[in-house]
Design a protein around this ligand. Sequence first.
Ligand code: FES
Length: 399
Amino acid sequence: MSQAQLERSEDRFVPERAQEAGGSVHAGPLQARTRRLPRPLRRVLRSRVVELATTPHGVEPYLRMVNPLWSIETTRALLVDKRRETRDVTTLVLDPGPDWGPHEAGQHVRIDVELDGRRRTRYFSVSSSAHRHDGLITLTIKANPDGFVSRFTHTHARTGLVIDISEPRGEFVLPTPRPERLLLVSGGSGITPCMSMLRTLLDEGHAGEVSFLHYAKTSQDRIFGAELDDIAARHDHVLVETIYSDEDPDGARFTGFLDREHLDTLVPDWTGMPAYVCGPPPMLDTAEELWGSAEAMDNFHIERFTLRVPSADADADGMVRLCGSDIEVENDGRPLLVQAEDAGLEPEYGCRMGICKTCTTRKIAGTTQNLSSGDVSQEDDEDIQICVSVALGDVELDL
Ligand code: FES
């Protein structure tokens, strides 16, 4: 989508919101600026003298004034293009600079933005090939009605925006050497790491069989649809099959959600090849059951971007005391962050998955369990991540 089309879209860009987003909007040709902070200058800026001289704000705000892409703390990426994939999915084309990466197909990055005075952190898979020669990467993001970051990137972010981005990370990556046969299964916006894998394999000239099963609500929601059709038409060794849950087009072999019949019919030897699965939690749960019951977990690889959050549990006991706010609620078994929010507090959070540590809170007393690691915290005065911690009985938090 061109810039002109973007500006005509119904959700108009609001510069003030971009400024709030911790990113700045720049009319000038940022691409032409020096992307790299010169090494000698970096050393000087990290010195104690500079730290004292720039107290209390630190070096970063001053650096940002000189060159918004410079930082001694993080990597800053420049948004160089943006296009709509479907009604609620947007691809951001980012220039993360020469010091970033490289990424492996399937990995994700963290992006940080400040919205309404609060720092928000979210993780998104890279959707581009690991072999792009222009140094750019793409993130393909679905606007989540409850997601500040995804709604901001979908609606307001425009070229020239500078955002903080982490190095690529994650174990959900293509195996090396590349397998002779490979199965990719994705649902909704979970297509992004799988698409990065497919694009990467094609860029490598990989001739092994690739079966790509994608689940979407309707044909309108099919991300990368035209590109996938083109790939399937040009490459005999790539099978692309899209299955819709809310639509039954002529000639469709299946509708609905992932099940064994789809796999048995479309990829008969599906248990005998590495499989990479990414999608919404119910689909991932189904996939785990299918590969588990087929005793094929050795070939099964999964990427989850949301934690299975337990619902309220009638058997949960104890009280949760939010000492800093003088609030006490009955423990209902859900993560402490959710219970604190329901009690009217607004604790800081980022990923809500136990990764970024933004929600770290001092537990004054009581026992909690980290749902992500399974670790139990029994000591008083311990820091816990409340987004993934549940109370086991009475708990007091410094909130
Ligand atoms: S919000 Fe990221 S660890 Fe809790």
